[in-house]
Design a protein around this ligand. Structure first.
Ligand code: ATP
Ligand code: MG
Length: 506
């Protein structure tokens, strides 16, 4: 195995690297027990190019990223760097946020070697170095702001800023846009163009194929640890080719949504609800059997509305009724009333990552299935959880520890644990973030089934296409108010974007 001097993230000289290639990997193998996460993978990253890496959940993308960046030693294979790649090395923005919410933005940007003056941290020098990089990403936080106070999208951009401050020759982005709203994605795409203009090589891991077609020069597809499309030029492939390479020819399942019969009882009702600074006089109703979306620009109030339904936010005025049990005072209260809540930030709210799938799944089932007063038996729990994990095609058994699963499979566990509760109201906040196309359509089908079974479903998503695919109608929020509703033939990505933007301007 050739593995040239990448231990500290700085590549050494390489031989046999063609002109323009900054990094060449060949024949990489990495096995975890019986699973070959990488099975003879090669990739070639060239200066000034964005190279997209796509593949289903568990295909081996993050494993490849870890091997390329030197944080994981492969069992076999070679990795060579060009001389030009020596100075900067590789910077990786990983799939899961790795920043510290309790530290300031400034401290997060310089985690290892902060500038010092007379032995003390030189805040001025830090801010001078950081400002242009932050500005390039469209960020302008006071450097002393605690990172955890920024919206998730800005936290993710801060993570990218941290990587750029290392002035890398190769930048790896592992699903950077799954948490970003459309405007931030545009900004990031602009940044990618600037960086490639400077000769940086970018490896871009994403599940959004439209994004690949917009920004990538080349694309590599992995399936089950093998390369099924190797560095193809973007001009030479279309989205259908990528999907075929990802799924192995199985046609992606498209399930059109059949609208529900009107007139079911309202399972969620808000009238005149106010939350200081977030919601102003909001009224809405979701009937049993309906899938209703909420949408808006960041901070428009749609997220707050979901929090109210889940008992996670207090209201200062108005009436709330969830499943006929009034206003839930806590998430626990909401779960007892029959609410299932699939959050977007699975690390913070969704999962105990150091526990097994079983422990995660049973944590809420015990609470919710026990709502008739009797605790469910172990057999009942096992039955409902097995049923759900099978429907979601979850890779890994019930006794696997969650942090051993790939990112997309972790999100499936979040989904599974709530579905097993047989909910009356389902609240989904970005349910398929970071999930591949196959699982995504599977989850969409299950959302439809939940509604058909009489649940009222409320959903928010950073992906407008998702709302058009699963919802009967979408409520549009602007500055804390519901300003409109999009449904029927108007419910297209374009129609939705127009509704949000038209009202959302300054
Ligand atoms: N630390 C580990 N221990 C055991 N198995 C692992 C470990 N890390 C990854 N795997 C397994 O290796 C395979 C590839 O995982 P990887 O995280 O590379 O997938 P991925 O393509 O990044 O998926 P996703 O899109 O879900 O992030 C999966 O089957 C996963 O379960
Ligand atoms: Mg991954």
């Amino acid at each position: 195995m050739t593995y040239d001097g990448v231990a500290d993230g700085r590549p050494a000289d390489g031989d046999g690297v063609a002109r323009g290639d900054l990094l060449v990997a060949e024949g990489l193998v990495k096995a975890y027990g019986g699973v070959r996460a990488l099975d003879g993978v090669g990739i070639r990253l060239r200066a000034g190019e964005v190279h997209a890496l796509v593949g289903e959940n568990g295909a081996g993308k993050s494993t490849l990223v870890r091997v390329l960046s030197g944080t994981l030693a492969p069992d076999e294979g070679s990795l060579r760097f060009a001389r030009e790649a020596r100075a900067g090395g590789i910077a990786v923005v990983s799939q899961e946020l790795s920043l510290f919410p309790d530290l300031s933005v400034r401290e997060n940007l310089f985690p290892h070697h902060p500038p010092r003056r007379f032995g003390l941290l030189d805040r001025g020098a830090m801010d001078r170095a950081a400002r242009p990089v932050l500005a390039e990403l469209g960020l302008d936080p006071a450097p002393g702001t605690l990172l955890g106070e920024l919206p998730l999208a800005e936290q993710q951009l801060t993570e990218i800023a941290r990587a750029l401050l290392r002035r890398p020759s190769v930048l790896v982005l592992d699903e950077p846009t799954s948490a970003l709203p459309a405007a931030a994605v545009d900004r990031l795409e602009g940044v990618l163009r600037t960086l490639t203009g400077r000769g940086i090589a970018i490896l871009y891991v994403t599940h959004f194929l439209a994004e690949v077609m917009r920004v990538a020069h080349r694309v590599t597809v992995l399936r089950d640890g093998r390369v099924t499309l190797a560095g193809a030029r973007r001009e030479d492939v279309g989205v259908p080719d990528l999907v075929t390479a990802m799924l192995g020819g199985a046609p992606p399942r498209q399930v059109p949504r059949t609208p529900v019969a009107a007139g079911g009882p309202a399972a969620v009702e808000l009238s005149g609800v106010c939350v200081p600074g977030r919601l102003a006089d909001v009224s809405l109703a979701v009937r049993a059997g309906e899938v209703v979306g909420v949408a808006g620009l960041q901070g428009a109030g749609h997220a707050a509305a979901l929090e109210v339904v889940c008992g996670r936010t207090d209201v200062s005025a108005g009436r709330v009724d969830v499943a006929g049990r009034g206003r839930p005072r806590s998430l626990r209260d909401a779960v007892r009333a029959g609410v299932a809540f699939v959050p977007s930030d699975r690390k913070r709210h969704g999962l105990m990552t150091d526990r097994t799938v079983w422990e995660n799944a049973t944590a809420v089932s015990r609470l919710a299935l026990g709502r008739g007063g009797l605790l469910p038996s172990r057999a009942e729990l096992a039955g409902s959880i097995q049923n759900v994990t099978a429907r979601l095609r979850l890779r890994g058994g019930p006794y696997d520890v969650v942090n051993r699963l790939s990112g997309g499979n972790q999100q499936k566990v979040v989904f599974a644990k709530w579905l097993a509760t047989d909910p009356r109201v389902v609240v989904l906040d970005d349910p398929t973030r970071g999930v591949d196309v196959g699982v995504r359509s599977e989850m969409h089908r299950i959302i439809g089934e939940l509604a058909a079974g009489g649940a009222a479903v409320l959903v928010a998503s950073t992906d407008p296409a998702e709302l058009t695919e699963v919802c009967d109608r979408v409520l549009v929020f602007v500055r804390g108010r519901v300003v409109g509703e999009v449904g029927g033939t108007e419910l297209t990505e374009h129609g939705l974007a127009v509704a949000i933007q038209a009202e959302g301007g300054p």
